[in-house]
Design a protein around this ligand. Structure first.
Ligand SMILES: *Cc1c(COP(=O)(O)O)cnc(C)c1O
Length: 458
């Protein structure tokens, strides 16, 4: 059969009651035009993030009942550790309450003010953790990544030329580590090839710089390698993941993504000295090293979820849903990043709303229109999230203005996507009347979560 179906049946449902258009308009106003400040129940299809929003399997729920809540050395910890070690091969494994806690511990123990950290593209929390120390986060994506419509199999790759050039122009002692993010979330959810990970590692080895994998979507990345990179057709996703991790000296992970859990993360490494520092920081910030900010039942759910994420049928179904939406938007002439990413479809807000300059945040204009049109909640990955300030303090726009429709795992069905397509079409038909926004309040770090906007009158 040609049709790829959900490799699961639905056993539990959650009812939602869509609110009317007039209520959506007033809810958005109350939320200062920032969809992060909306109530979840006022969103009909919630594509704000794929993080922690997935549906757990019967096996995960059953495993949660086995949660051992011992403070130290619980049974659930040993199961978690065994699964993470099988997949990653790391000697030292530390559970954390989510991905950014792992990043925080990595940064507070390994970075000093004035250091720099290259990455294919830093995610917002990674950048914030680095900048909080006074270090600099540098993006070195490959050239293809900058062109939203250029179709290439591994647009998440790091640029090897730019990396070499960057290291040669820097004081190597001030580059405590380099990160590769799989898949490249900030760059459109695009995968990174095994060849690229291997080549980056070879360059870093010449200078003695350790490689850290930001592994949030390692299983989706493994699926893309199997489908798109020669030599991997007969490999299991587990084998591919094991090879990816074999090139890394450490990894940070959000189990809210490819852990198929609602909370959790981990930090892992091989070096005993790093592990000693991580352990001390973990006890201070998260908890004892055998639970690290999580309940025993969470460790159980993650141990099962990490294995389920490496199931080929599951990844094939997940990718088919992203392609389903992407193909239908392309057929309607709606500008999206191509090819579609692993966990989301990214709309190119610059091309959707060419009359709105980056300084007026076209992504916010589009997101707010999707919410009013159909109660769909999306997220901006553009200048609100990724702009930085130059030496003079002026805001430098992000290279791309994207709107991400992220897919919670195992949650929405095909008719939800058909509805979503209608909603995007409605915003598309009204695009010329959509407005830009101005920020009226913003915090210093991670402003997108809580800043306030006001529409700009034309
Ligand atoms: C989600 C994410 C993080 C942070 O993880 P949290 O669990 O949300 O704290 C870091 N890096 C990438 C690439 C992510 O997608």
């Amino acid at each position: 059969m040609k049709t790829i179906i959900e490799p699961f049946r639905i056993k539990v449902t959650e009812t939602f009651k869509p609110i009317e258009r007039a209520q959506r308009i007033s809810a958005l106003q109350t939320a200062h035009y920032n969809v992060f400040l909306l109530k979840g129940e006022d969103c009909c299809i919630d594509l704000l993030t794929d993080s922690g929003t997935g549906a757990m399997s019967t096996e995960q729920w059953a495993a949660m009942m086995l949660g051992d809540e011992s403070y130290a050395g619980g049974k659930s910890w040993y199961k978690f550790e065994a699964v993470v070690r099988e997949i990653t091969g790391f000697r030292h494994i530390f559970p954390t309450h989510q991905g950014r806690a792992a990043e925080g511990i990595l940064c507070m123990t390994r970075l000093k003010a004035g250091d720099t950290v290259p990455n294919n593209s830093h995610f917002d929390t990674t950048r914030a953790n680095i900048e909080f120390i006074g270090a600099k986060a540098i993006n070195l994506p490959c050239a293809e990544a900058m062109d939203p419509v250029f179709d290439a199999p591994f647009k998440g790759d790091m640029s090897l030329e730019r990396l070499t050039q960057f290291i040669e122009c820097s004081d190597v002692d001030k580059i405590p580590f380099c990160i590769i993010t799989v898949t490249n979330n900030a760059g459109g959810g695009q995968p990174v090839s095994m060849a690229n990970i291997r080549a980056v590692k070879a360059i870093l080895d010449k200078y003695g710089i350790p490689l850290v994998l930001d592994a949030c979507r390692f299983a989706e990345n493994a699926y893309f390698i199997r489908e798109r990179e020669s030599g991997y057709k007969n490999h299991t996703l587990l084998e591919i993941a094991q090879e990816m991790f074999s090139y890394a000296d450490a990894a940070t992970m959000s189990c809210k993504k490819d852990g198929l859990a609602n909370i959790g993360g981990f930090l892992a490494c091989n070096d005993d000295g790093w592990a000693e520092d991580f352990r001390n920081a973990l006890i201070l910030r998260e908890g004892f090293p055998t639970y690290g900010g999580l309940a025993g039942r969470d460790l159980e759910a993650i141990a099962v979820g990490l294995r389920e994420a490496l199931d080929y049928e599951y990844q094939a179904y997940r990718h088919a849903t992203v392609v389903y939406l992407g193909d239908r938007l392309i057929a309607r002439g709606i500008p999206i990043v191509r090819p579609v990413g692993g966990h989301a479809v990214f709309i190119d807000a610059n091309a959707f709303l060419p009359h709105i300059p980056a300084s007026e945040y076209p992504g916010i204009g589009l997101i707010n229109s999707l919410y009013v049109a159909g109660g769909v909640r999306a997220v901006e990955l553009g200048s609100v999230m990724f702009a930085h300030r130059d030496e003079a303090g002026n805001e430098v726009p992000a290279p791309l203005e994207l709107v991400r429709l992220a897919f919670p795992r195992r949650v929405y069905t095909q008719s939800h996507f058909d509805y979503l397509i209608e909603v995007v079409e409605e915003s598309w038909s009204q695009r010329e009347s959509l407005r830009g926004y101005r920020i009226t309040y913003q915090p210093k770090l991670l402003r997108h979560f809580s800043c306030h906007f006001t529409p700009i009158d034309r």
